[in-house]
Design a protein around this ligand. Structure first.
Ligand code: PNS
Length: 160
């Protein structure tokens, strides 16, 4: 399919779960814009630049990916860029209510916008960036949770 889709998120930091969704979306669609939220009301652990660099390294082999940052409403950003499809991962039933609300709100804000959900890989259903941050900052092993090529960098940063 030649369609361009967007995979938005905080990616603080990227996990194997994120990479799985991005990789699968890149096989399904012509181009995937991976959009990192710059959230001025919340201080992320990794700066916007760090989150983009980690994603860039993690998604190295995928040639139909573009990594960008965005501020403000996702629905507005998609309108500005002419993107009509959001792709998100669903890990468990617990994700559903929040994701369902966001999909509806985004459609109200931009009626052209559709949201598609990919079911998370069974190894990633429990995985989140906040878990990676907590385990990593306490010296635990996060090698099964983050892409191998960015593992050491994430560990160094979390133990600072
Ligand atoms: O990785 P996350 O934190 O689950 O990603 C959430 C994200 C970035 C997709 C969501 O918070 C978002 O789109 N934020 C932008 C602001 C916005 O559009 N809010 C209204 C959506 S209901």
């Amino acid at each position: 399919m030649s369609q361009t889709v967007i995979c938005p998120g905080s990616f603080d930091p990227v996990t194997l779960g994120h990479l799985d969704i991005i990789t699968r979306a890149s096989r399904m669609f012509g181009k995937v814009v991976v959009a990192v939220l710059v959230n001025s009301s919340k201080t992320p652990t990794f700066s916007t630049e760090e989150r983009i660099e980690l994603l860039r390294e993690a998604a190295q082999g995928l040639d139909n990916i573009e990594i960008v940052s965005f501020e403000g409403l996702l629905a507005e950003y998609c309108k500005k860029c002419g993107i009509g499809t959001i792709v998100k991962g669903l890990r468990a039933v617990s994700d559903f209510e929040y994701e369902f609300q966001m999909a509806i709100a985004n459609k109200k804000l931009n009626p052209e916008l559709e949201t598609i959900f990919l079911t998370a890989d069974s190894d990633s259903t429990f995985l989140s960036s906040s878990m990676v941050r907590e385990i990593g900052s306490m010296g635990g092993d996060i090698s099964n949770f983050v892409p191998a090529c960015v593992h050491d960098r994430i560990v160094r940063r979390l133990r600072k």
